[in-house]
Write a protein that binds this ligand. Structure first.
Ligand code: FMN
Ligand code: SF4
Length: 502
């Protein structure tokens, strides 16, 4: 049974007025108000020397604005930038192909580029065929954890019949990432087609696109695209003229990084205080409103129409044995050629930095690369020959994350970077675990003093202890990610950290 309150509250898409005071107090952007504001995300931090006035403004903003998806033009001031360069640098443009060719915001443009043919063909066969194609493809989730998508879909499909949901995670909270923003803004029907295919495969009849508050233009585009899809019969009681029913709506968040975490996201849609919940049960068994739920990142779902159209084997033939297919990357403004690039897994980080990005602008010296947000291990310059792949990056303490690539140069010292990351971590903690709630802020405070030259060896040891506690006692990837970041800094930049503690 679907709680009527849940559905009516979210219909129309943003439900802010229906939130209780307790729930509202969780969010940073509960009253909107971030449009045109300067951003203090990691790409803007790395480029702050390019526009010190913009950065000074960002540091004054309350509530803080952590990433507007304009990292190609950082430091950024909200929704006013030209569009980024978009390039397919793989043999197939699986996720960025249409955008590189000019985009497909309307259904007519999407149809012209072959849109909805995969769905029409799939509906003529059994759901199992779609499921099998996704399993064969070897696709892994693009939201950060890299979980095998086919295995997740199978888990939902195997739940007893009844109400099931599909959710696209379009929260894209990682500062430095703007992949999902443009996938949804310039090619919305591909996500919609991917979600309908997912619903058909797992037996779901309803879906939500969870969209971050910082992307208002995307919300307008998606709602228009949903209306078009409904008019053309791709959504509603008889999808494509058959017996399958599927409805979709957009749910806009209210500014909270942690709402990108799946259990927090589900509680956010349900109108509850969106603290992270322990798993199991996993959303595949007990998800939205207690029903089995398939929750995938937006880019994961955007990959699906291509897989269904070309077959799982064709997809699996691209990339590395454990990292199949392609990945969209977003490069920050410190590159000579910032923008969106689609690469095959297996290219080296050096290829991304030097061949695609053209190295750092103005001949800047590379000090390190953060891949997939700040809450992850760093790639130091001497390891940029590492291949871009889930296991390959994990082996050096880094990760694929969501593919936001933030390079930084000699204008950023390592202690400044640590202070920035822990400040973000502390601000965005959901507060459930003590080391994350209190410890991340304490590390930030110690690095404030380290930068002022007043931190001691005792402070250094305290930081080490706090990082160990974050690693051991965090319920979600926010706390463990902060620990991973700190551990990689201590491993690759020990001298620069130690010299600021006397
Ligand atoms: C703190 C935190 C923030 C997250 N933010 C996002 C996000 O913005 N977008 C996203 O797709 N996944 C995010 N995730 C991962 C989700 O919990 C989930 O694993 C993912 O959406 C599943 O989709 P996938 O299997 O397609 O990757 C986040 C995880 C954590 C711990
Ligand atoms: S690690 Fe941090 S964000 Fe994650 S559940 Fe614990 S307190 Fe919340």
């Amino acid at each position: 049974m679907i709680p009527a309150q849940g559905l009516s509250r979210t219909s129309g898409g943003d439900g802010a007025s229906a939130l209780s005071a307790d729930v509202e107090s969780f969010y940073h952007l509960r009253h909107g108000g971030h449009a045109g504001k300067a951003c203090r995300g990691t790409a803007c931090f790395a480029a702050r020397h390019l526009d010190p006035a913009c950065w000074a403004e960002a540091m004054q903003n309350d509530p803080r604005v952590y990433c507007l998806g304009e990292c190609f033009a950082a430091p950024a001031r909200g929704q006013t930038q030209p569009r980024p360069l978009v390039r397919v640098a793989s043999r197939e443009g699986i996720v960025l192909g249409r955008i590189a060719a000019g985009g497909a915001r309307t259904l007519a443009a999407y149809r012209e580029q072959g849109g909805y043919t995969a769905l029409a063909r799939a509906l003529a066969g059994p759901p199992e065929r779609v499921l099998a194609a996704v399993e064969t493809s070897g696709l892994r989730g693009r939201g950060g954890a890299g979980f095998p998508t086919g295995r997740k879909w199978r888990a939902v499909a195997q739940q007893p019949p009844g109400v099931k949901y599909v959710i696209a995670n379009g929260d894209e909270g990682d500062p430095g990432a703007y992949v999902d923003r443009y996938l949804m803004e310039d090619d919305p029907h591909c996500l919609i087609e991917g979600m309908i295919l997912a619903g058909y495969a797992v037996g779901a009849s309803k879906g939500y696109i969870y969209l971050r508050a910082e992307y208002p233009v995307v919300g307008t585009v998606l709602r228009a695209a949903l209306a078009e899809a409904r008019t053309e019969g791709w959504l509603g009681p008889h999808v494509g003229g058959g017996s399958f029913s599927f409805e979709l709506e957009v749910y806009s968040g209210h500014g909270s990084y942690v709402c990108g975490e799946e259990t927090s996201l589900l509680r956010s849609i349900e109108g509850k205080r969106p603290e992270v919940m322990a798993r199991p049960p996993y959303p595949t068994e007990r998800g939205l409103f207690g029903r089995p739920t398939l929750l995938n990142n937006a880019e994961t779902l955007v990959s699906v129409p291509w897989i269904v159209a070309h077959g799982g084997e064709a997809y699996a033939a691209i990339g590395l044995p454990n990292s199949r297919g392609t990945k969209a990357l977003s490069l920050n403004s410190l590159f000579a050629r910032p923008g969106l690039y689609e690469v095959e897994f297996g290219v080296t980080v050096r290829h991304i930095v030097e061949e695609l990005g053209g190295g750092l602008r103005g001949g800047g010296k590379l000090r390190g690369v953060l891949i997939g947000g700040p809450i992850i291990g760093i790639v130091p310059p001497h390891l940029i020959d590492t291949q871009f792949g889930f296991e390959e990056l994990a082996a050096i303490g880094a990760g694929v994350g969501h593919g936001g690539i933030v390079a930084f140069d000699e204008h950023t010292s390592i202690p400044e970077l640590v202070q920035h990351v822990f400040s973000f971590g502390s601000y965005e903690s959901c507060g459930k675990c003590t080391p994350c709630r209190g410890g991340s802020g304490r590390v930030e405070e110690i690095f404030d003093r380290a930068l002022a030259g007043t931190a001691t060896r005792g402070d250094f040891q305290e930081c080490r202890d706090l990082v160990a506690a974050l690693r051991l006692a965090s319920l979600c990837g926010h706390g463990t990610g902060l620990a991973r970041f700190a551990e990689s800094i201590l491993r690759y930049y020990p001298a620069e950290i130690e010299t600021c503690f006397r």
